[in-house]
Design a protein around this ligand. Structure first.
Ligand SMILES: C[S@@+](CC[C@H](N)C(=O)[O-])C[C@H]1O[C@@H](n2cnc3c(N)ncnc32)[C@H](O)[C@@H]1O
Length: 258
């Protein structure tokens, strides 16, 4: 079918399936098939395209990043699949704060707890090539995807199995976007495709704040969690505790220094 018809059909099916942004997602899928950008699709509306089940997957509410198999994060294009969480735009703000916290430290030693696809660890290495970055995760699946991303991007980071206890090893910066959702009930169906170990968790921020031996710490938090996490950091002798909102205005990133 022609790209113009594929766009229309995809948009209609995605809208019927309740996808929030059916036109944009249809453009992404057709662009991916054509090997062009979303705006590039409009120069190729008469090209033939085969939707190949991609619209079916998205209509079943599989995250767009899994359907496409890759996703942008900061300056990187990461491979994305069901082995690890889809990197979120709000996590780019965590990276921004992490970079600010070590801007005056030469060759900073940085630990990323719950490395997932590698998004944070690889973006930090990309933007601070002199940093020594270690990423740990309890999920072998996530680690295997992070290793693939590191190899594809030719970024040298150490990736190993580990948990929040690694924070005690002594670092310039400990960074984490830990699992912080208490239940998936009532949340978007897309979340059910992501690993539960990446989403569901309680008390990670407090445990990391209590354990970390570091000059600075920066944590991503869920909606409504920032004040409690800030208080917990102060209680564990972190100074200059600050909260940064994401682009939607939700308090999203909590940091502290020692
Ligand atoms: C919210 S995801 C974050 C993934 C990635 N850092 C990102 O921001 O896209 C949380 C990650 O923590 C990992 N995880 C869960 N429990 C953990 C633990 N106790 N120690 C280390 N990692 C853990 C999960 O496997 C998952 O990869």
């Amino acid at each position: 079918m022609k790209a113009r018809d594929a766009l229309r059909e995809a948009e209609q099916r995605l809208a019927a399936a309740g996808v929030e942004t059916p036109r944009v997602d249809a453009e992404w899928i057709v662009a991916h098939i054509l090997g062009t950008t979303r705006s590039g699709v409009y120069a190729r509306l008469d090209d033939d395209v085969e939707l190949d089940g991609l619209v079916d997957r998205r209509a079943a509410r599989e995250p767009l990043a899994y359907v496409l198999g890759e996703w942008g994060f900061r300056r990187l294009i990461l491979k994305t699949d069901r082995r690890a969480l889809v990197p979120r735009p709000e996590t780019e703000i965590l990276v921004e704060r992490a970079l600010a916290l070590v801007h005056d430290v030469e060759q900073p030693r940085v630990l990323d707890i719950g490395v997932g696809s590698g998004a944070i660890a690889l973006a930090l290495k990309d933007e601070r090539p002199d940093a020594d970055v270690v990423g740990v995760d309890v999920s072998e699946d996530a680690l295997s995807l992070a290793r693939e991303n590191a190899a594809r991007l030719e970024l040298e980071v150490e990736l190993r199995r580990g948990d929040e206890s690694a924070a005690a090893e002594g670092w310039d910066l400990v960074v984490s976007n830990p699992p912080y959702v208490d239940s998936l009930i009532g949340l978007q169906p897309e979340l059910s495709f992501e690993p539960h170990v990446a989403l569901l968790g309680e008390g990670f921020h407090e445990r990391i704040g209590a354990t970390a031996q570091a000059r600075a710490i920066v944590l991503e938090v869920g909606d409504g969690q920032a004040d409690d996490v800030g208080r917990a950091l102060r209680a564990h002798s972190w100074n200059d505790v600050a909260i940064t909102p994401d682009l939607a205005g939700v308090d999203r990133v909590v940091e502290g220094r020692r």
